[in-house]
Ligand binder design. Structure first.
Ligand code: NAD
Length: 478
């Protein structure tokens, strides 16, 4: 498969655009290695008109669920067929380890398979209304969906949005992040080969600063499915309010990893590094607030540091690599700024925080302790390889620490006490809680955040609700 170098509009590659060019820099060499056209507002207008037209003419929106499923299953098969090329392109573009990139591309294929399989089992209900007659609901597609995704998991984020949106019959404008447009752009030709009618899916690489507001406010766009920063999500929500667009938001996090003394502390410590430093900490679910019962604090911290120092940092395309570089110079500088702040707030950087003596935006994973829970480093989403460790005495203190942030995305709880696990499952403010593991994401289960981590749920059958409206029909009986 060729590395994409064009936008995707009207079922065709578009090799130049009004927004200039996006130069892609390899995070492990700091060199420009590829470029793609950047959409401007002209391409947004064109994409929206095409998407609206295909939605209205019914070429996809009125196709049967079986017809749509057939196309989406074929698309998944093509993603599998090209998975190695896609994974290598993603690893190079984002700087992520090739093994992770492979899992993510296969995860994207599975998302298309899941929604292709699920769509024929998703529908309305019949309602026994008091006036007699026959009342039923329909689940109908919304129209033109703008799917706006971030740079940290480009391929799965695109699939999590496009698969349920297309399965339910919407037309889609997919906007990948300007740093990482490649796997999203690759979806266009694959979707066409799978039989998706031209104009149902447009893919616009472009800068959020140049086309984000315009896309969100476009009168033909009826629904915005966004994943990204909380501040961007808040802006989108306010812009969308003017004409009551449907909005779902998957936003930032500062997720807790709570370890009680009665847990399997060694396993919790062995798993903690990849729970926060996976994807070089650029993960909305990163368990970056590690909250540990005081009686096992030192034992846990020693094991956590040892396991962190054993992580293999290196070339994204090296099979042994567990942690790659950060995605950009700016992202590394942010992490370094937070480490300087931690030191100035009397925190102790127990390990990490160093650059490698080579090109590339590498930074060794850093663990900080001794910070107050309300310090900026312990409160703000850093989105880099920095973890804070905080001690607690009682269960109530653990809950207060875990909940004491503005976010509520993921979280982990380690305990062997079943009563405690069930009790805290209700008390911990996480949209996605994992007990005795750090795994957050299950394709079949709803995923999303409480508080300022977002609204609406991706994944599972729940996501199909995000892309449909409910209509009620009442038929009088004679
Ligand atoms: P970002 O908000 O800067 O950008 C996300 C996308 O929005 C990009 O495509 C960007 O071009 C676009 N954008 C920027 N300004 C816009 C505007 N005014 N209108 C419309 N679109 C605009 O986020 P990022 O830096 O790419 O990603 C990192 C963030 O994403 C982190 O906060 C992370 O926690 C979050 N994230 C959340 C989840 C989740 O599921 N909750 C998953 C992955 C990442």
């Amino acid at each position: 498969m060729q590395i994409p170098d064009a936008l995707w509009l009207a079922g065709q590659a578009r090799s130049s655009a009004s927004g200039g060019w996006l130069e892609l820099i390899d995070p492990s060499t700091e060199e420009v290695w590829h470029r793609v056209p950047a959409a401007g507002t002209a391409e947004v207008d064109e994409a929206a008109a095409l998407a609206d037209e295909t939605f209205r003419n019914g070429v996809w929106s009125a196709a049967s669920p079986y017809q749509r499923a057939t196309v989406l299953f074929r698309l998944a098969a093509l993603l599998r067929e090209h998975s190695e090329d896609l994974a290598r392109m993603e690893a190079r573009n984002v700087g992520k380890p090739i093994a992770d990139a492979r899992d993510e591309v296969l995860g994207a294929a599975k998302a298309f398979e899941y929604y292709a399989g699920g769509i024929s089992r998703f529908g309305g209900e019949t309602i026994p209304v008091s006036g007699g007659g026959f009342d039923f609901t329909l689940r109908v597609p919304i129209g033109v969906v703008a799917a706006i995704v971030p740079w940290n998991f480009p391929c799965p984020m695109a699939a999590w949005k496009c698969a349920p949106a297309l399965a339910t019959g919407n037309s889609v404008i997919l906007k990948p992040a300007s740093l990482t447009p490649l796997t999203a752009l690759a979806l266009g030709p694959l979707a066409e080969e799978a039989g998706l009618p031209a104009g149902v899916l447009q893919i616009l690489a472009g800068r959020g600063s140049a086309i984000g507001d315009y896309l969100v406010q476009h009168p033909l766009v009826r629904k915005i499915a966004f994943t990204g920063e909380t501040a961007t999500g808040a802006r989108i929500l306010s812009l969308a309010a003017a004409d009551i667009k449907r909005v779902s938001l998957e936003l930032g996090g500062k997720s807790p990893n709570v370890i009680f003394a009665d847990a399997d502390v060694e396993t919790a410590a062995a798993r903690a590094p990849l729970a926060v430093f996976g994807n070089t900490g650029q993960d909305c679910c990163a368990r970056s607030r590690v909250i540990v019962e005081a009686s096992v604090y030192d034992r846990f911290l020693d094991a956590f540091v040892a396991a962190t120092e054993a992580l293999v940092l290196g070339e994204p395309l090296d099979e042994a690599t567990q942690v790659g570089p950060l995605v950009s110079a700016g992202q590394r500088a942010t992490s370094e700024d937070y480490l300087a702040l931690a030191r100035s707030e009397c925190g102790r950087v127990v390990c990490g925080g160093e650059r490698l003596r080579r090109k590339g935006w590498f930074l060794t994973p850093a663990i900080v302790d001794g910070l107050p829970s309300d310090s900026r480093v312990a409160q703000e989403e850093i989105f880099g390889p920095v973890a804070c460790v905080l001690p607690f005495g009682t269960e109530d203190e653990a809950v207060a620490l875990a909940n004491g942030v503005r976010y509520g995305l993921s979280g982990s709880l380690w305990t062997r006490d079943l009563d405690r696990a069930l009790r805290l499952s209700r008390r911990l403010e996480c949209g996605v809680l994992s007990v005795n593991t750090n795994s957050s994401v299950h394709l079949e289960a709803p995923f999303g955040g409480l508080k300022q981590s977002g609204m609406g749920r991706d994944l599972g059958m729940e996501a199909l609700r995000l892309y449909t409206e409910v209509r009620n029909i009442y038929v009088a009986s004679a």
